[in-house]
Design a protein around this ligand. Structure first.
Ligand code: ZN
Length: 182
């Protein structure tokens, strides 16, 4: 199972336009709602936003992997595209020494088993990790991102593009649908 924090669903696929009625193109400080699916080349899908809520990101603030952000630049709502991203432009290479033993209580009553991917809150924010070994009071996890070291094929659909609010820019993330609720 995958422990994940969800925002509310988008009420509709709003398309935003600028004052002249032209669709906005994605640039630094744009707020972008999008759907994606991701797989290793020639492999089964690893993950998709189509079975949950659209993603909302603030462009130019490290909210998503660099390869996908670069590929979004200059695009507008309604565009669909596919790209292949190498690890250096995605989740980086796998690193040794990222195993960690954490108290079992962090997993509450979730049933966990070796090989499962989980997301736990950390000092650096929610972080995906892989369960290696489950003990009575501790769990060994691998903190490498599950997609580290992988070349990834992304299929992406831009749903909407708008300007960020001053508050969103200050916080470095999106508020409202698909974003941070606070
Ligand atoms: Zn905020």
């Amino acid at each position: 199972m995958r422990v994940q924090i969800h925002g509310p669903s988008l009420p509709e696929r709003a398309h935003y336009v600028d004052k002249l009625g032209l669709k906005m193109k994605i640039e630094k400080n744009s707020v972008v709602h999008f759907h994606y699916s991701v797989a290793e080349p020639g492999q089964a899908q690893l993950e998709s936003s189509y079975d949950r809520d659209a993603m909302a990101i603030l462009i130019g603030h490290g909210n998503i992997i660099p390869g996908l952000e670069d590929a979004m630049m200059g695009r507008e709502a309604g565009e669909k595209f596919s790209i292949t991203v190498t690890p250096d432009q995605a989740y980086g290479e796998r690193q040794d020494g990222l195993n960690q033993r954490v108290p079992r209580k962090h997993f509450k009553n979730t049933k966990i088993a070796p090989g499962m991917q989980v997301v736990l809150p950390t000092s650096m924010g929610p972080r995906p990790m892989t369960v290696l070994k489950v003990g009575i009071s501790t769990v060994d996890v691998d903190l490498n991102h599950p997609m580290a070291g992988k070349t990834l094929d992304f299929s992406t659909e831009i749903l909407s593009v708008r300007e960020a609010t001053a508050e969103e820019l200050e916080h470095g993330h999106v508020h409202g649908d698909g974003g941070v609720q606070h």
